[in-house]
Design a protein around this ligand. Sequence first.
Ligand code: HPA
Ligand code: ZN
Length: 332
Amino acid sequence: SQPRARVAAVGRAELHLHIEGTLEPELLFELAARNEVLEKIPYKSLDEVRAAYNFQNLQSFLDLYYAGCAVLITEQDFYDMTWAYLERAAADKVVHTEIFFDPQTHTSRGVPFATAFQGITKALKDAEAKLSISSHIIMCFLRHLGSESAMATLQEALPYKEQIKGVGLDSSELGFPPSLFQEVFQLAAKEGFKLVAHAGEEGPAEYVWEAVNLLKVDRIDHGVKSIEDASLCAHLSKAQTPLTVCPLSNVKLSFVTALPDEQLVEKLQVLLRQGMCITINSDDPAYFGGYVNANYVFLAQSLGLDAETLYQLHRNSFIASFLSDDVRDKYL
Ligand code: HPA
Ligand code: ZN
């Protein structure tokens, strides 16, 4: 059909992807061996890793995600991880990607900001030339480390400002509401960064309101708990504030399966019909069992989406992106 052909010809953008969440178990072991830090990872074999990736909630995932980062030490490590993601993204028809990176996860272990940043940006630059993938970097603050640490991280990043498109907020959500980070986001806005925040992943719809009203974000990451608040949904639809939804992540972390499937399908369809700007993304594909194409396939099959709706989700990925208007229009 026509929409299908258009999707195949144009490709898609990915807007919610933690680069540290693309570290595949094979590369994890390779880097652990290369850096002689095998004792720092809590696994002896690939089978043990796979068995461990069975999460009860957000925190049980985060514990392993941060533990895995211990093998990332040199600039080359960050380059190799990022390059591996970009090759998979290219295979999934991603033509533009906006990736998250968590500087505090590395600086807190004594790895300099510049080491992580340069490894990632060199791979992104190579992908522009060799894979025809354009990209932006969004630097995320770890909410569990609090607002002072976030502020210090923002200051540390200012010399790299020209190469960082936006700032975001991730890590443990419950107990760390967006309101704590108001001052940090105000300064980030003043410095010209785009603003996003994880909200309504595990936390309540109220956190989505806070991200919108207090942090004044351009996009909400996840935001699926908005479903529980009809006036919030109406607001997000009207304002066309995009949600970067990650279906396989939600399933793996059991938020979605907490709802009966039929109810979830029904609610997501209501959101789509309301004209909300929903996008589909992979979050931490090495941990959640699939890159972005697998997320589209899963959603399409579980919701029985028609070709027209799938096409709209692809269009949304560009509409919600931070591409300049002239570049974005080429994809619409
Ligand atoms: N939620 C919060 N923090 C994260 C995630 C997530 O899905 N992935 C990596 N850090
Ligand atoms: Zn995320």
